[in-house]
Design a protein around this ligand. Structure first.
Ligand code: MEV
Length: 315
């Protein structure tokens, strides 16, 4: 007989619409949750405390694991925060968010574990506090994360994000149809972020100017979203991608999918997340969604998700 979990928790994936990389250096970025993919954690009664990542075929004994083990770290952080000893639980984690693909899988898995544990302890925490716990684990994954991934997957709403500040909601004047296409090439965020940091250290002025230009585009993008200017928003996405290419984080696979999407009717397209692989996003008029989706699949995308940012998603 299948055991029944005593509690569970979930968190969505995410994409960054504008401002990745520059956000690490204090510039604004815009991110939205992607509810088509999820991480889920289930808590079962057991003899000791373990985390089982089914898709990764990994089992972690929390009290024996290293401090840098992300699963053990998040479990211990939750216990310390709610002042409880390590519980005798088997925490089973599943996720359909591709790993190292710019969709926030690490942050979503940590957030799902926190939510499941809080439910099992019957304790509630504010989103800001949950996001902070997830951020601690993001540091293990990414080194110097801005905090945008943990924020968007925990708040589960579109955000205007500046490092160190609470996330801000913004107005969405009309629905935005976004296609998210996976190159199938994994690219760990940590490596891309470290490479950008080294390049910034070598050429600080050039990189500061690129980050500033991305920040300026992001501000214009917010106003285009608030005013429902689809074509302007598409052009800003293309400009953001050109700057990300200059920063050195695009790849032939990303560029090929971006060109394909634009040729098939998207009004703008760019890489999303750390780059070098992972996913690209295309802003597509509603009537062109199927056409652009088919073109992306024919061009080698391993998966295409369709997500819609709607006016009521933003509160
Ligand atoms: C990763 O989703 C976004 C980056 O800007 C890194 C970060 O903000 O921590 C590349």
């Amino acid at each position: 007989m299948q055991a029944t979990p005593i509690a569970h928790g979930e968190a969505p994936g995410k994409i960054i619409l504008f401002g990745e990389h520059a956000v690490v250096y204090g510039h604004p970025a815009i991110a939205i949750p992607v509810f088509q993919v999820h991480a889920r954690a289930e808590v079962y009664r057991a003899q000791t405390c373990t985390v089982e990542a089914v898709d990764l075929r990994r089992r972690v004994h929390v009290n024996r694991a290293s401090e840098r083990n992300p699963f053990a770290r998040i479990v211990k952080l939750v216990c310390a925060t709610v002042r409880r000893p390590l519980p005798p639980w088997r925490i089973v984690v599943t996720s359909d968010i591709p790993i190292a693909a710019g969709l926030g899988s690490g942050a979503a898995i940590s957030a799902a574990i926190v939510r499941a544990m809080l439910a099992a302890f019957d304790v509630s925490l504010e989103d800001a506090a949950i996001s902070e716990l997830v951020y601690e684990v993001e540091k293990i994954h990414h080194g110097t994360p801005s905090g945008i991934d943990n924020t968007v997957v925990v708040y589960e709403r579109p955000i205007w994000f500046v490092r160190g500040l609470p996330p801000e909601p913004f107005r969405v004047a009309r629905p935005l149809h976004l296609l998210i296409a996976d190159t199938g090439k994994p690219s760990p965020t940590k490596i891309a972020v470290e490479d950008v940091r080294r390049a910034w250290e070598r050429e600080p002025q050039r990189y500061e100017a690129l980050f500033q230009a991305i920040g300026d585009l992001t501000k214009q993008a917010r106003s285009a979203i608030e005013q429902g200017q689809l074509d302007a928003l598409g052009a800003l996405m293309n400009a953001n991608h050109a700057l990300l290419t200059e920063i050195g984080v695009s790849s032939p696979e990303l560029d090929a999918l971006i060109e394909t999407a634009l040729a098939a009717g998207a009004v703008g397209a760019k890489l999303s997340g750390a780059g070098r692989g992972g996913n690209m996003i295309a802003l597509t008029p509603k009537q062109a969604v199927s056409q652009v989706e088919n073109a992306l699949l024919n061009a080698g995308a391993v998966r295409v998700l369709h997500t819609t940012l709607r006016p009521m998603d933003v509160v």
